[in-house]
Design a protein around this ligand. Structure first.
Ligand SMILES: Cc1cc2nc3c(=O)[nH]c(=O)nc-3n(C[C@H](O)[C@H](O)[C@H](O)COP(=O)(O)OP(=O)(O)OC[C@H]3O[C@@H](n4cnc5c(N)ncnc54)[C@H](O)[C@@H]3O)c2cc1C
Length: 252
């Protein structure tokens, strides 16, 4: 099975994000890490490739920098990577991202596309659905368990009360949830091999995509600090105060 896994490189979530003053875009350091959400997608892709004698190709659109995040995914076992990095893509929104990733995936050919449900830095959670529309394949979202053969894929789709069993023929697209599988840790051998795995670098014009007009971030405001709470001393009748506050909040 020819498996395409979408992976996003993001600034290390352990460090505070900074925005540039002019466009309010996240300032992206040279060393970005693999989004944790996408480690799950890579693991699902590797398990399906192992079961079907398939291949895993990573697709990523971002300032490539040192490729640290991509090498992390290659070290887990992915076969190769395609990176789309182009200054004209700065400030891309979800639709432009979906257009570019879909064009790169279509050009390479695929049986199954795997993405995370929601990225950690942008988290619009709509890129996978947009890609399925552009690629004209079924979208199996919120996948918490995945089984696939060379003919089709079946998932458990997480719902608020349990799960739905959803099946689709291939080609198809999956968006996996964070708990779908436990991502493997790269081995030392995997880390060494990752250094020589093929990484194709593309620009938007290589893909011939006509991008839509895109978004502009007009302003960014800090979340207001939470006000200090009120402390009620219990003199034996604090319950009356609690009832009064619940009535004010229209809870009772
Ligand atoms: C030069 C350049 C600068 C950029 N600057 C920013 C920035 O400042 N802030 C920002 O958030 N984004 C930036 N991006 C990336 C892009 O604009 C976002 O990825 C996009 O808006 C997706 O939104 P999301 O993260 O909300 O996707 P979601 O829908 O939340 O992501 C769901 C899943 O889709 C896949 N996916 C999403 N985006 C990508 C991607 N780029 N590559 C591969 N897979 C992906 C992943 O599997 C992810 O788990 C930049 C890209 C380029 C090329």
């Amino acid at each position: 099975m020819n498996i395409a896994v979408c992976v996003k490189q993001i600034p290390d979530p352990a460090t505070p994000y900074e925005l540039d003053d002019e466009n309010h875009w996240v300032i992206r350091p040279n060393d970005q890490v693999l989004d944790d959400t996408d480690r799950v997608g890579v693991e699902v892709g590797l398990q399906l490739a192992e079961a079907t004698d398939g291949t895993v190709t990573l697709f990523s659109m971002s300032p490539s920098g040192s490729l640290q995040g991509i090498r992390q995914a290659l070290a887990m076992g992915a076969d190769k990577a395609v990176i789309i990095d182009d200054d004209t893509l700065k400030g891309s929104d979800a639709l432009a991202t979906a257009q570019i990733l879909s064009a790169a995936i279509e050009r390479a050919g695929f049986d199954l596309v795997i993405a995370g449900t929601e990225s950690t830095d942008g988290y619009s959670g709509i890129v996978p659905q947009m890609m399925s529309e552009i690629l004209d394949v079924p979208c199996l979202s919120f996948a918490r368990k995945v089984d696939a053969t060379d003919d089709g894929v079946t998932i458990e789709r997480q719902t608020t009360s349990g799960y739905e069993a959803v099946s689709s023929p291939l080609p198809a697209l999956l968006a996996v949830t964070a708990g779908a599988v436990e991502p493997r840790y790269p081995t030392f051998k995997g880390i060494m091999q990752a250094k020589s795995k093929p990484v194709d670098m593309l620009t938007a014009s290589d893909l011939g995509v006509e991008l839509h007009a895109g978004q502009k971030v007009v302003s960014v405001t800090d979340i207001s600090a939470r006000a200090a709470g009120e402390i009620v001393e219990d003199d034996g009748e604090a319950y009356l105060k609690i009832v009064e506050l619940l009535e004010q909040a229209k809870v009772i």
